[in-house]
Write a protein that binds this ligand. Structure first.
Ligand code: NAP
Length: 328
């Protein structure tokens, strides 16, 4: 089978397209023939050796995917030909991922492709929607009518968070550095779309709209200078859920607001769901999206041979998910 593997940690260019024997699943695993895989910024962090406890090369990255079961395991949940989605697990983190024609997956981390969804939609949803759900619902305990600020909101996690926050009855502040994308974020359901080219100006723009109000929860995908902006825009008892660090690994923040506003700043790690929790959250996410006839947002689909181009495109800042069409 064809697989994109790296043999040494380093730049993402270390990923090479190779031919290897198709893997054999263990008794509790299924062999899945992939249709689509999705890229995530963490794939690059992992190849760069910036991700904790990575698998041992040679290894394929790729945490999301959709496809068909070729050899089911012993759980009795799947049969040959079933259409499935790979939920967040060790796939593409500590063992071969979905940038391959076939992948072995513990059956506890597979879910049926939701009825009426395409393989593209299935591959685009799992990791980012589970992450957004963990931030908004599981840790953030968001309530209808509350206001949510989503930084880095045009990415995979951001667009998922917009869809979920709207489905949960919240007012949503989104942002982008690009005017065209701001329009698209409003079309996706955001109530406001801020210009994020300059965090200080963005804060002023948000305050002008909020008046005396402040936000109840921040989904923080950017870090760097945006964390202080998030603190400044937060109201008393607000929560800031830190997911990503695309604008900087380090943030300098003033502690005063933290104290007087009694803010909670928490890290969110999607990998900490158990398989059972992930299945449960996934079911609730699909139910919420279906209820609004919404599907995960897909930006662009690349061919299997174009994985390097796909990572370069992701780096520029997508609008939703970047996918790879694995099957010819
Ligand atoms: N903690 C977890 O469990 C977990 C799970 C999934 C993802 N993550 C992390 O969460 C972050 C977001 O992931 P994602 O998949 O949504 O990323 P993504 O699809 O690459 O999108 C991120 C968006 O952020 C904006 N952006 C990127 N760099 C920026 C910068 N320097 N300044 C301002 N805006 C910037 C871009 O929007 P514009 O171009 O429109 O401005 C881009 O579309 C990443 O750090 C990822 O590793 C963490």
């Amino acid at each position: 089978m064809r697989i994109w593997r790296f043999h040494e940690f380093g730049p993402i260019e270390n990923l090479q397209l190779e031919e290897v024997p198709t893997p054999e699943p263990g008794p509790e695993e299924a062999l899945v023939e992939l249709e689509f895989a999705a890229l995530n910024p963490a794939d690059k962090f992992l190849v760069n050796k910036m991700y904790p406890r990575p698998g041992k090369p040679p290894m394929a990255v790729g945490r999301d995917g959709s496809g068909r079961v070729v050899k089911p395991g012993n759980s009795g949940r799947f049969k040959v030909g079933d259409s499935v989605v790979v939920l967040r697990s060790d796939i593409g983190v500590r063992r071969d991922g979905t940038l391959a024609e076939f992948v072995t997956v513990p059956e506890e981390s597979l879910a049926p492709l939701p009825n009426g969804w395409s393989f593209e939609e299935g591959a685009a949803a799992a990791l980012v929607h589970l992450t957004a759900w963990r931030a908004l619902v599981h840790q953030g305990e968001i309530k209808p009518g509350q206001t949510v600020l989503i930084t880095g909101s045009s990415g995979g996690v951001g667009t998922a968070a917009i869809q979920q926050a709207k489905a949960l009855g919240c007012r949503v502040f989104a942002m982008s550095r690009h005017e065209e994308k701001r329009k698209e974020l409003l079309d996706l359901g955001a109530d406001h779309a801020l210009d994020s080219n300059d965090p200080a100006m963005m804060e002023e723009e948000a305050k002008a709209i909020l008046g005396k109000d402040r936000v109840h929860l921040v989904v923080e995908n950017l870090g760097g200078p945006f964390l202080q902006t998030s603190i400044n825009l937060s109201g008393v008892d607000a929560r800031i859920l830190v997911i990503g660090l695309l604008a900087g690994l380090k943030s300098e923040i003033s502690l005063a607001n933290l104290i007087f506003k009694q803010l909670r700043i928490e890290g969110v790690h999607v990998g900490s769901w158990t398989a059972e929790e992930a299945q449960d959250a996934w079911d609730r996410i699909v139910e919420k999206l279906n209820a609004r006839s919404q599907r995960p947002m897909i930006d662009r689909i690349f061919l299997m041979e174009e994985v390097q181009e796909a990572f370069a495109y992701l780096e520029m800042g997508p609008l939703g998910k970047v996918l790879v069409k694995v099957k010819d």
